[in-house]
Design a protein around this ligand. Structure first.
Ligand SMILES: Nc1ncnc2c1ncn2[C@@H]1O[C@H](COP(=O)(O)OP(=O)(O)OP(=O)(O)O)[C@@H](O)[C@H]1O
Ligand SMILES: [Mg+2]
Length: 453
């Protein structure tokens, strides 16, 4: 959607001039010479940015500002003011104007300020939209997503949840495997039963046997009391076997037998114990290769894997990044009793272009860190680790998510370098590796040259 701008100036020439520039910038422009008409527009239409002259006959800029704040709290208002009215301009800032520009204005300044205002409004809108989306999440386990593939996957999960069949969840580290297992548990008929998780890669065979199957009193030296295994105490519920591919061949045999016979013998026991658990396993290594190389039993695999669900890595669902970011922002802001409510555009750009080897967990850590370090209302680039901040340079993706054309990319890059060089054209030309004349030509081509009003 195009940014909509309302321009108000009682001076015809100035108005036409502004209208021309804003049209050229690609905004949708409505303009008027009277404050009263401007207020009428505000009462019937939505605008992202209002650009208004301060001193006008009858209804002046302050009144336009006031009405706009009342009607459209998200809209940003930029005041344009002559030297004589500088003091009232400062007053306007106190009343919530975004910025004031002194006359005679430099076109570059008007462009820059309008762009900043429109970006701020876009961010506010996005923020509000994401919050509304987040409010829709209820229940014990919240899997936040607006990605189509993920939504399909959750639909599948809800469908198979009540069947009680065994499931293998695949996915890279930090993609949310355990979260999904809990989601399935709470959507199944076993929701009121117990839920237990165990990491098969973290135990020796002996300890894992002990954890899973338990032992009788006196079963071995040191077994002073009876211990019941997870297979027994998870009865009526769900048992999550994390990193199931790490099980030794001997353990695989034991597990297979329990699943087939639906009963087991605790260590040192003589009476078999009934087993009534649903097993959901997770694997982040290629389970197929392990089967082919004989490291994982295929008969066990078929028992565990009635259904497989593969969670895509975060870099394959980039449209979840802003939503998840805001979710974690709220989570940690509440947890740390802080009022961090926003994520700056720069930070969102960096996040949306990062490939997240650590997936959702890594994103969660980044936001947690940002909330901890922020002492204002928002997470800024400075609250990111240095490695992430450096990624900034690559982020020229267009707002609509599409990739830019070469010309667009060149324009943005030149603008960025000029900014870095603090407007010094010789320095910018040097960084760009071109001479001043070529730079000047490009600046003219892209309308970046310093025209003055
Ligand atoms: N879609 C999501 N919505 C909300 N939180 C999520 C989502 N996905 C993951 N998380 C959070 O990210 C963190 C990592 O998720 P989880 O522990 O489920 O990943 P995992 O795949 O089991 O990781 P590992 O392979 O390292 O064990 C958790 O804090 C989890 O709550
Ligand atoms: Mg896990």
């Amino acid at each position: 959607m195009k940014t909509r701008i309302l321009i108000v100036d009682d001076e015809k020439i100035a108005l036409q001039n502004l209208e021309h520039i804003m049209n050229k910038e690609g905004y949708e422009v409505v303009s008027t010479q009277s404050g009263a008409a401007a207020i009428k527009f505000l009462e019937t239409q939505d605008f992202d940015v209002v650009l208004t002259d301060l001193k006008m006959e009858k209804i002046d800029g302050t009144q336009v500002l006031k009405r706009c704040r009342e009607l459209h709290p998200d809209t940003e208002v930029i005041m344009i003011t002559g030297f004589a009215t500088l003091e009232s301009a400062v007053n306007c800032m106190k009343q919530g104007a975004f910025y004031y520009i002194a006359k005679p204005f430099r076109l570059e300044e008007v462009r820059k300020v309008t762009k900043e205002a429109s970006e701020k409004v876009a961010l506010k809108k996005e923020n509000r939209q994401l919050r509304t989306l987040l409010e829709a999440y209820h229940g014990k386990v919240k899997i936040i997503t607006q990605n189509k593939e993920m939504l399909n996957l959750l639909e599948t999960a809800r469908q198979i949840a009540p069947t009680g069949c065994n499931i293998i969840i695949r996915g890279e580290s930090g993609t949310g495997k355990e979260l999904l297992v809990r989601y399935i548990h709470y959507n199944s008929g076993r929701a009121n039963g117990p839920f237990f998780a165990i990491n098969c890669g973290a135990f020796t065979d002996e300890l894992l046997t002990n954890e899973l199957f338990g032992h009788e009193k006196g079963a071995f030296t040191g077994a002073m009391t009876q211990k019941r295994g997870l297979m027994e105490i998870a009865a009526g519920g769900t048992l999550f076997l994390d990193e199931v591919t790490e099980m030794s061949p001997a353990m695989q045999v034991k597990l297979l037998r329990v699943i087939q016979e639906r009963e087991m013998l605790p260590v040192g026991g003589t009476e078999p114990v009934k087993v009534d658990v649903r097993i959901i396993s997770a694997a982040n290594k290629g389970i197929r290769e392990l089967i082919n190389s004989g490291k994982f039993r295929s008969d066990l695999y078929f028992r565990l894997n009635v259904v497989t669900i593969r969670i895509p890595p975060l870099c394959e669902r980039k449209n979840d990044i802003p939503l998840l970011s805001y979710y974690f922002l709220e989570k940690y802001s509440t947890l740390m009793k802080k009022n961090v409510e926003e994520i700056s555009k720069e930070v969102l750009d960096v996040l949306e272009n990062y490939d997240f080897p650590g997936n959702v967990r890594e994103l969660e850590n980044i936001i947690e860190r940002g909330v901890a370090l922020s002492n204002g209302k928002s997470i800024e680039a400075i609250h990111l680790s240095e490695d992430l901040r450096d990624l900034n340079i690559k982020t020229f993706r267009r707002k609509d998510g599409n990739l830019p054309t070469l010309d667009e990319q060149e324009r943005t890059y030149i603008q960025w370098v000029l900014n870095e060089a603090k407007g010094n054209k010789s320095a910018a030309a040097k960084i760009l590796g071109i001479d001043r004349v070529s730079l000047w030509r490009k600046l003219t081509k892209y309308g970046l040259d310093d025209e003055t009003n």
